[in-house]
Design a protein around this ligand. Structure first.
Ligand code: SF4
Length: 308
């Protein structure tokens, strides 16, 4: 095993959760974003995070996401310029609410040409309420015209056999959603479940050698949403990564040893007999452990609380 602190940094992406606020309140949102959430970064914390990313030496790309980062347009533009000045590539994740017509899409995106080389647009039946189906298309058209590489992030749509279902109903076999955050509460009941003790590994995150982590406006560094490995306002990123010892971490250690099922066993947690997926069991188990690990299983927003 690599000695903690001596391992070569694998971290190449930092995802800044610029704000918890969003125009929509999607059922599949991992981070419980919505119109009521606050949690917006200011310039001071963004500058501090970017300085630390520079110090680490392995970060290549900074993503700005949320929530909906375009709600704070001037801040987003400033932050991307700051990132570029430090030599980072820039990315944005947005729901394209701002692309009301082709002219507005061009107006909003033009300042980002040359600053962003990955615009990811969330586009599926779970975003918004279907009142503006053309926004994502217009955003994509504008991005292409401006030479900004653009991609769509989608999950599968509602089951068309039940078109009256509110909210939209997932196919019972759906495997495109991870049931963390709001998805664990809202969507997990809509799909087939499996016995809890089958979830013996984390299927999505590289908990040993993460290549990307998220940072929220309070400085928490998330290896998975709501699972913090340190706070950038209290400890430098180089130190957090240098001290990161996943095998002995009280929550990540069990996850590495035997997935969310091991978390249940380790802490003798009450549990259902079956769950939608590994993340569903993990999220529900972590929710029960928040009192024991308040600095790790944080902030409240990631577990459904409204933060101002
Ligand atoms: S199993 Fe847990 S740690 Fe792994 S991706 Fe799912 S929620 Fe995150």
């Amino acid at each position: 095993m690599t000695t903690p602190g001596k391992r070569p940094w694998s971290l190449s992406q930092l995802h800044l959760l610029l704000t918890g606020e969003c125009t929509y309140e999607c059922d599949h949102c991992f981070v419980w974003s919505g119109p009521e959430q606050g949690n917006t970064m200011d310039r001071e914390i963004i500058g501090h995070i970017l300085d630390q990313a520079e110090d680490l030496g392995s970060i290549e790309r900074i993503y700005f996401e949320g929530g909906e980062p375009f709600l704070f347009f001037d801040l987003l533009l400033w932050a991307l310029r700051q990132a570029q000045q430090r030599g980072f590539k820039g990315g944005i994740v947005s729901n394209a609410y701002w692309a009301e017509d082709d002219a507005k899409a061009m107006e909003k995106l033009r300042p980002f040409a040359g600053l962003v080389d990955d615009l990811s647009i969330s586009d599926d039946d779970y975003h918004g309420s279907g009142e503006a189906p053309g926004n994502t298309t217009m955003a994509r058209r504008a991005a292409r015209e401006l030479g900004i590489p653009v991609d769509f992030i989608s999950i599968s749509g509602p089951d068309s056999s039940d078109s009256d279902a509110k909210p939209p109903k997932l196919s019972a076999d759906d495997t495109t959603v991870c049931f963390r955050g709001r998805a664990a509460e809202k969507l997990a009941p809509l799909v087939k479940h499996q016995p809890w003790d089958r979830f013996t590994a984390c299927p999505w995150e590289d908990l040993h050698q993460p290549s990307r982590v998220h940072v929220d406006s309070m400085g928490n560094l998330h290896i998975c949403q709501g699972l913090s490995i340190g706070n950038l306002l209290e400890t430098p990123l180089t130190q957090i990564m240098g001290n990161y010892d996943p095998d002995t971490h009280p929550v990540i250690g069990p996850l590495l040893k035997g997935g969310p099922a091991a978390l249940v066993q380790q802490f003798s947690l009450d549990h259902q007999q079956d769950y939608a997926d590994a993340c569903h069991l993990c999220y529900q188990s972590r929710s029960k452990l928040r009192g024991l690990f308040p600095d790790i299983l944080t902030p409240g927003q990631m577990y459904g609380e409204i933060e101002s």
